[in-house]
Structures are given as C-alpha cells and as structure tokens.
Design a protein around this ligand. Structure first.
Ligand code: ZN
Length: 405
C-alpha cells in the first residue's frame, strides 16, 4: 500500500472528452488489415514498423540470422576496442555514461566496459514511475557491486499528470518516461563532460522495427525523435497546459551545445551479439542481480526482464489492446531467436500469458498513481481496444486471432 501519492486534480473537460472518443487505431499506426504471424517466431505484423518478407519471416528474425552467420563479431570487437581507446580517460574522470535502471542488460554493459575495457563508467538512472522492491534491490546491487550512479527522479506531480494524459491520449502510460530515456542521458553527459554514451540494444533491429537502422552504431537525437517521439514532440504537452518548467527535464538538450560537443551515443548491441538471457546469468554472477521473486513477471513467463516499475504491466497491456501482442510475445520471440525456445513451446506460452490482465495490486497502484477511477480506466481501455483484433468489451473481451502452431 502506497500512502504518499497526493490526489491529482480531477480530469479536465478536455481529458474527460477524450476518454469517450474512440480512436482509429489502424489508421493511426498504419497497421496491416490482415494479421500474419512470423513463420519463425511469434511476432505479428501488427507490431508498428516491423517488416515481413515474401517468405513470411519478420525483420527481427532475419536480423538474427545475419547476426549468427554474416556479421563478423571479431571485427565488431575491434571496433569496440577502438572506440574505447578513443574515449578512455586516465585523469580519474568518468569517460562513458551508461543509461541504466539497474537491470541486467545495462549493468552487463557497464560492467564489461569497466572490467574488460578499463573504462570509467557512470551509470545514469531515469527513475521508474513506481519502483518495485526487486527493482530497488537490483538498482542498489549494481552500485554496491562497484559502479557509480546518478539517479534523476522527475517531479512526481508533473510526471503523474503527464502519465495520466498519456494513457488517455496516446494509449501508453510510458510516453513521458520515454522522453527521459531519449534525452536525459545526453543532458547528463553534457553536464558531466562525458563524451560517450553507451546504450544497450538497438530495439529497432533486435525486436523488429525499421530495418534501415541495422548498421547504425547508435542513434542521433534526430533518429530517436523519428522512432520514438514522432507523433508527440514535446511541443504537444505545451498545448496541453504543461509549462516550460514542467517540461524542462523532458526536453532535448540545447542542440547547438550538443553539436559543438563531442558527445556520441552508441549501441552496445552493435558491437556485441546481444543475448539477454546471458546478461542475466552474467549479472547474477558479477553484480549480485536477482530475478523476480514471484517466479515470473505479470503478462509473461520470464523472470529477469524489466523488473523495476510497478506500472510496467499497463504499458504492455495497452500494447495488447492496440496491437494484439504484448510482453509474452516479445519475450518468446526473442527466446526463439536466441535458440532457447522452440516455436511450438513459445506459442503455448504466448497463449497462456500474453493477454493476462494486470493484477489487482498493480491496478490499484496504477489508479492511485495516475489519479484515475476504475470506471475511467475501463473507459480508456475501451477507447484503445482495437475492435478489428478483439471481440467483446471489458472482462468478456477476447483476442480474435492469437498465434497458433
Ligand atoms: Zn520473426
């Protein structure tokens, strides 16, 4: 029970009006009318920006084939060594910033940079909306394993109001969080005089998205805006009554200052064969990482990915409403590509867990956090339910077409 969320102001007339307005989801996300599932994994063509080829295989699976057969990882290793040699400092100052929640992937990156390449990393955390106990534990564990960290937690009232409006208007409670993920590392790097930012994976190629990003070593701020923020630039929030003060921490760093700096942002997954399960074992061994004590996370079968935010299940649930696929699909698809799961087993796991509703406990936290009533949340859910993919409403609703063997 969390007792420190002050009540948010009631919904504005504008917000209230939006709730009852149905969204044309297919047009908004340019979704293909007919659902197709990848022949190799379990992802569907409803995932925004994913591409299926003539053989019915998704772009993420094709990328993984190239990872296994074409990409010369020894050459990439050399590129990574060269990169570190260019940025390594010997005067005691930090030389690489690693955006990290304390999760297994980013901690693996920071720990490798520190112990294998002799870098002096600073991890930077953009705090989750509402920490889980295991999230705090792992966050602390990575620091106490021997890493320096700076954590930024945004103003709770502003973040909660943005999260509520984002859930209503954008159909994703995480959009405000994404601004921080996108821009804050660059601002912190500039402030600390660190010229290299090392992100984890390029989600566009690893999980299926725009294939043109595959050969990129990292994203420029312009790339990031295009893939993650294009529909809702920060200006949008000003039109919704948020002030410059409210939005300061979500905004991009001064572009001139960034251009003049030497800051570069890279993906570790460009240099290293990215295998999340290996990162889990690595962090258990090296940085005292612990999995979800409940045995698995809500909405999936896995126990070691994105453990830190109590409202995370709603981020995935809104994806399920809009696209018919959610967290178990994403986890299973990745495990198939990693050769950890056969497709028929993956199908069973998706059918069992993907459309699991967030638990009562999670729902209570989300409602208190976002300042919504359960009736309002039910209406928002129906606003974002893609009726082409679902039959029925509320508790009796069902996905019409789920992945099959
Ligand atoms: Zn696939």
């Amino acid at each position: 029970m969390i007792d420190y969320f002050p009540k948010l102001p009631p919904l504005s007339d504008f917000e209230q009006g939006l709730i009852s307005e149905k969204i044309e989801i297919d047009a908004k996300y340019k979704l293909p009318k007919n659902i197709t599932y990848c022949k190799k994994c379990v992802i569907s063509n409803q995932r925004p920006r994913i591409v299926f080829d003539g053989e019915g295989v998704c772009s993420a699976c094709r990328y993984w084939e190239r990872k296994k057969a074409v990409i010369d990882w020894r050459e990439r290793e050399k590129e990574l060594e060269d990169l570190c040699n260019r940025y390594r400092r010997n005067d005691g100052s930090f030389d690489v910033l690693v955006p990290s929640s304390g999760g297994k992937d980013s901690v693996y990156v920071a720990w490798e940079l520190k112990t294998k390449y002799g870098m002096h990393p600073l991890t930077m955390t953009w705090a989750p909306h509402v920490y889980t106990e295991i999230g705090i534990r792992n966050f602390q564990a990575h620091i106490h394993a021997g890493l320096d960290n700076v954590c930024y937690t945004p103003n709770g009232v502003v973040h909660r109001r943005m999260t509520r409006l984002s859930t209503i208007e954008i159909g994703d409670p995480f959009q405000p969080f994404i601004y921080g993920q996108t821009y804050l590392p660059l601002r912190v790097a500039l402030n600390y005089g660190i010229d290299l930012v090392m992100d984890g994976e390029n989600g566009e190629s690893e999980y299926g998205g725009d294939t043109t990003t595959e050969s990129k070593t990292g994203f420029t701020p312009k790339d990031a805006e295009e893939f993650w923020l294009s529909s809702f630039p920060l200006e949008h929030w000003k039109d919704r009554g948020f002030t410059d003060r409210d939005l300061q921490i979500y905004s991009a760093p001064n572009f001139d200052r960034l251009q003049k700096s030497k800051v570069e942002r890279h993906f570790f997954s460009y240099y290293r064969d990215w295998r999340p399960q290996n990162h889990y074992y690595y962090c258990v061994e090296n940085t005292n990482f612990a999995p979800n004590p409940n045995g698995r996370s809500e909405g999936t079968f896995s126990k070691y990915a994105s453990l830190d935010d109590q409202i995370d299940p709603y981020h995935h649930y809104f994806s399920l409403l809009k696209f018919g696929i959610a967290r178990a699909t994403s986890d299973a698809a990745h495990e198939i590509r990693e050769d950890l799961l056969a497709r028929d087993e993956a199908v069973q796991l998706v059918r069992r867990y993907d459309s699991e509703m967030p638990s009562e406990k999670t729902t209570k936290v989300f409602l208190d956090y976002a300042g919504l009533t359960s009736g309002q949340l039910a209406e928002i859910i129906e606003r974002w339910r893609n009726t082409r993919l679902w039959s029925g409403v509320g508790a009796s609703s069902r996905l019409i077409n789920q992945v099959s063997i």
